[in-house]
Ligand binder design. Structure first.
Ligand SMILES: [Zn+2]
Ligand SMILES: [Zn+2]
Length: 342
């Protein structure tokens, strides 16, 4: 089969002819119909985030149809429409048994630790496969496997209640889903904080009140917009210590700040005035759970989450076009999402 692969760090991806993956008894072979090109893939290509081995087929946002199933697989048959959870998990460790498979002790991320979806076919354990409803396009199913699902998990971790207010720090790929989902969860007011005028305009179209952090202090702006109260939930989707601190400082009494953006940096917190005296909470959210995916599909089916305007470009399975999409992500260029449609 054909696969677009990373063969050398810092070099363009290459098209290679490789054997179609062999199937274990509990595996499913999926014919890839859509694979999202993600900013993480640009980090893998550049070497700023390490892959497990070379060469490797990138791509962790994958949807397609079942081609073949292993001997012990039940519940799937050839032709089924499916989406693939980003982790191949053991299914047996403490965390897998609890349904928190993002902490699986031996979990392997597709497109990072093992071959991913920039290919004609991908093999994964059947437990990593979820049925994709007929009325959700493969492209939407694929991009939902990463940023959308992560935003969904973060809002669930925030225990967002109907009638509450939300500040979304970072109106990029994660933020666009978070804004729509927060409204679907019943948030009365959603504030989108960003420094980019284009992203703020798009956030406003989705129903968020824009908060321009390029020219004004977003914490002061949110205080002003909420009559001094602050927000009940603040999501930090950027991964900067400074915006994490702003998220905490935006909180109302008993507010919850959820940290999603990745950094190992630290930020100071005033123990009394910012946390214990207000009974606020600082919550971590890491990726998402497989049980959340069918629920997320329902939000799309009911029109509460629209990903049509998020997918801005479709390309064939082609190394040059994929490299071009990754270059664009590296430059933080225009457009939100490219999807490979093999
Ligand atoms: Zn991704
Ligand atoms: Zn496990």
């Amino acid at each position: 089969m054909q696969a677009v692969r990373l063969t050398e760090i810092g070099q363009p991806l290459e098209m290679q002819e490789i054997p179609t993956p062999s199937l274990g008894d509990q595996d499913v072979l999926v014919r890839v119909r859509a694979a999202g090109v993600c900013h993480s893939d640009a980090h893998y290509r550049a070497g700023t985030s390490p892959v497990a081995q070379l060469p490797i087929t990138l791509g962790h946002e994958v949807a397609g149809t079942v081609e073949r199933t292993g001997d012990e697989v039940s519940g799937f048959s050839a032709g089924d429409r499916v989406a693939i959870h980003y982790l191949a998990t053991c299914g047996e460790c403490h965390y897998c048994r609890l349904g928190y498979e993002q902490f699986c002790l031996t979990g392997q991320m597709i497109g990072k630790h093992r071959d991913g979806g920039y290919a004609e076919y991908i093999a994964v354990p059947a437990r990593s496969v979820v049925p994709l409803p007929a009325d959700i396009p493969f492209e939407a199913g694929a991009v939902m496997m990463c940023s959308t699902a992560t935003s969904f998990h973060a809002l669930r971790k925030a225990r967002l209640q109907p009638g509450e207010s939300v500040a979304v720090y970072g109106a990029g790929g994660l933020g666009m889903s978070a804004i729509q989902l927060a409204r679907a969860f019943g948030a009365l007011q959603v504030y989108a904080v960003d420094i980019d005028a284009g992203r703020l305009a798009m956030a406003e179209q989705l129903g968020a009140a824009p908060v321009d952090a390029a020219h004004l202090d977003p914490v002061a702006s949110i205080r002003r917009l909420t009559s001094g109260k602050g927000v009940d939930v603040a999501l930090e989707l950027i991964g900067l210590p400074s915006t994490m601190q702003q998220a905490v400082r935006s909180l109302a009494i008993m507010g919850r700040a959820v940290l999603v953006g990745i950094t190992d940096g630290s930020f100071p917190v005033r123990s009394y005035t910012e946390v214990l005296g207000k009974e606020t909470e600082i919550i971590g959210a890491s990726d998402h759970r497989i049980v959340e995916l069918p629920l997320l599909f329902e939000f799309v089916r009911q029109g509460r989450l629209d990903l049509a305007q998020v997918i801005t470009r479709r390309i064939p399975l082609d190394a040059a076009a994929t490299n071009d999409a990754l270059d664009n992500l590296q430059r933080y260029g225009a457009g939100v999402r490219t999807v490979i449609v093999p």
